[in-house]
Design a protein around this ligand. Structure first.
Ligand code: HEM
Ligand SMILES: [Cu+2]
Length: 544
């Protein structure tokens, strides 16, 4: 297939501020989102750095205890709602979804821009509340603390409530686009897995976000109007809050990881030059995860006093949700078998994802056993578990995807050596930061404390040292990617020899994505089969 390189690129004309702020081109809206979420990532990262500096020594000597509580709340709220949830869907997803299914844009381009404005507004609003007043409830807003704590809780909760509208608008846009705008030949089972995961994620967003919105609104109403919903002193039930919160927030953890799974499903076949093993099963697993994710919320409440029978059921269901995730991990691993593997930066990030997500999932299985969980709940073991998945998994996938599609987005290659260095540093830094936290948690170090007995200090110091490496690895791409936009080697339409419609148009793509209306005439991941050996068998690389 030839590169269709003619036509004005989407970056060609229109560089005034107003051009950008009124654009309805999904590719440009993706950039607006990218800048915004990176800003929030820096803010959340700065809070994390302060937390790790405080914890470097056993004594609370850097910030006051109230400030520490505000710092981890700031970190959690910003990272979850203003970085992780929109990170892959609204940047890479926004840019790639129409390209991958051969469409000119999303179904509702203006709604797409509107959702960015809502997101920006909500983000600034929430950040304002967290900085000006300070909220000390943690990202989970547990009552009765959040019913009683200072009134900035209401403002911050409203900010997250507003952000929900942006999430819902994007999800609706994606679902309609996937149903209605696939090009001729793009059947459901020819869609790249990234599109499948965006679809599954969007369904979860549409169904779960309203529950969070209602819950946050109830907190605000309770505080403002004195309705007794959650506060026992007013006749409310704080456990109800936990049910409502986790009914959203467990599915939300899959909102954060599913798109990352999609990115990895694109990268691994490309750098192993092998079709994705068990494509259909991976697609079904994404839908399976989306479904099961709604049935396990009680595993966050094993110690809340819910009935033993509920605990057993939620424990069982949590093992079930691990099955489709495990299927994916096996399929990714099998994809690598006999592959012609090369280790460019995106591949290094994807392999890091495989390992770290695997560890996050396996420790999730440990936590799903009630007998283990009651011992480690509310300790650093939990903190380590979810960072393995949300940072080792989702952030690694985001970085891998950003490097993988950078040539498509900008028309330029990033410097490969630096990319590989950053990828490896992020893996080492991550491991050093979070592996010690499993040990700490197992030894009984509780989460959310600003000082601790000195016997924990060695592990805390290691963790803080790792955070420095991790931070450096995240800052590096900021510089070399920016450099590459101006000085990087020009990328052709398809620098990685990848399959998929997005690689058949120019880099950067023309304003309307394709010069001629594309037609999909291939199964997904149609990477060339291995050369046939003289004896008629296939080469079995990597085996004696
Ligand atoms: C193999 C599947 C998984 C299982 C069986 C599992 C199990 C668990 C359990 C039982 C807890 C509660 C522990 C406690 O609070 O005592 C937990 C906490 C958590 N998990 Fe997972 N998990 C899995 C995958 C994930 C994924 C994919 C993510 C994120 C993308 C995730 C994010 C979290 C978060 C954020 C928390 C802590 C919430 C908090 O208290 O702040 N988990 N997990
Ligand atoms: Cu959960």
């Amino acid at each position: 297939m030839t590169d269709r390189t003619a036509g004005e690129s989407y970056l060609g004309k229109g560089w005034g501020l107003l051009d950008w702020l009124t654009t309805t081109d999904h590719k440009r809206v993706a950039w607006l989102y990218l800048f915004t979420i990176l800003g929030f990532f820096l803010i959340g990262g700065a809070a994390a750095t302060l937390i790790r500096i405080e914890l470097f020594t056993a004594k609370g000597d850097l910030v006051r205890p109230e400030t520490y509580n505000r710092l981890f709340t700031l970190h959690g709220v910003i990272m979850v709602w203003f970085f992780l949830i929109p990170s892959i869907p609204n940047t890479l997803g926004n840019f790639l979804l129409p390209l991958m299914i051969g469409a000119r844009d999303l179904a509702f381009p203006r709604l797409n821009l509107l959702s960015w404005y809502i997101f920006l507004f909500a983000g600034i609003w929430t950040f304002g509340a967290l900085i000006l007043g300070g909220v000390d409830t943690g990202w989970t807003f547990y009552t009765p603390l959040s019913s009683l704590s200072n009134s900035w809780v209401s403002i911050a909760a409203m900010g997250v409530f507003f952000a929900g509208f942006s999430t819902i608008a994007s999800a609706l846009n994606f679902v309609v686009t996937i149903h209605k705008l696939r090009c001729p030949g793009m059947t459901w089972f020819r869609m790249p897995i990234f599109v499948w995961t965006l679809y599954a994620t969007s369904l979860v967003m549409l169904l779960a976000t309203p529950v969070l919105a209602a819950t946050l609104l109830l907190i605000v109403l309770e505080r403002v109007l004195g309705l007794g919903v959650f506060d026992p002193a007013q006749g409310g039930d704080p456990i109800l809050f936990q049910h409502l919160f986790w009914f959203y927030s467990h599915p939300a953890v899959y909102i954060m990881i599913l798109p990352g799974m999609g990115v990895v499903s694109e990268i691994l076949p490309c750098f192993a030059k092998r079709p994705l093993f068990g494509y259909r099963l991976v697609a079904y697993s994404s839908m399976g995860i989306a479904t099961f994710s709604f049935l396990v919320w009680g595993h966050h409440m094993f110690v809340s006093g819910q009935s033993v029978y509920a605990g057993i059921l939620f424990s069982f269901m949590s093992y079930c949700v691990a099955v489709p995730s495990a299927i994916k991990v096996f399929n990714w691993t099998f994809t690598l078998r006999n592959g012609y593997i090369t280790f460019e930066a995106p591949m290094l990030y994807a392999l890091g994802f495989l390992f770290l997500f695997g560890m996050g999932g396996l420790t999730g299985l440990m936590l799903a056993a009630t007998a283990v969980d009651v011992h480690v709940t509310d300790t650093y073991f939990i903190v380590a578990h979810f960072h393995y998945i949300m940072v080792g998994g989702a952030v690694s996938a985001f970085m891998g995807g950003l490097h993988f599609w950078w040539p498509k987005m900008t028309g330029r290659m990033y410097p490969e050596r630096l990319g590989q260095t950053a990828a490896m540093l992020s893996f080492i830094g991550f491991f050093l930061t979070f592996a010690p936290q499993f040990v700490l948690g197992y030894q009984g170090m509780p989460r959310r404390y600003y000082e601790y007995p000195s016997e924990f200090q060695t592990w805390h110091a290691l963790s803080s040292a790792g955070a420095v490496v991790l931070a450096a690895s995240y800052l590096m791409p900021l510089f070399y990617l920016t450099w590459s936009v101006f000085r990087g080697r020009r990328a052709g339409g398809n620098p990685w020899q990848a399959t998929g419609l997005e690689w058949q148009t120019a880099s950067p793509p023309p304003a309307h994505n394709f010069e001629e209306p594309p037609v999909c005439d291939q199964p997904p991941y149609a990477y060339p089969p291995p050369p046939v050996q003289p004896d008629g068998g296939q080469p079995d690389r990597g085996q004696p």
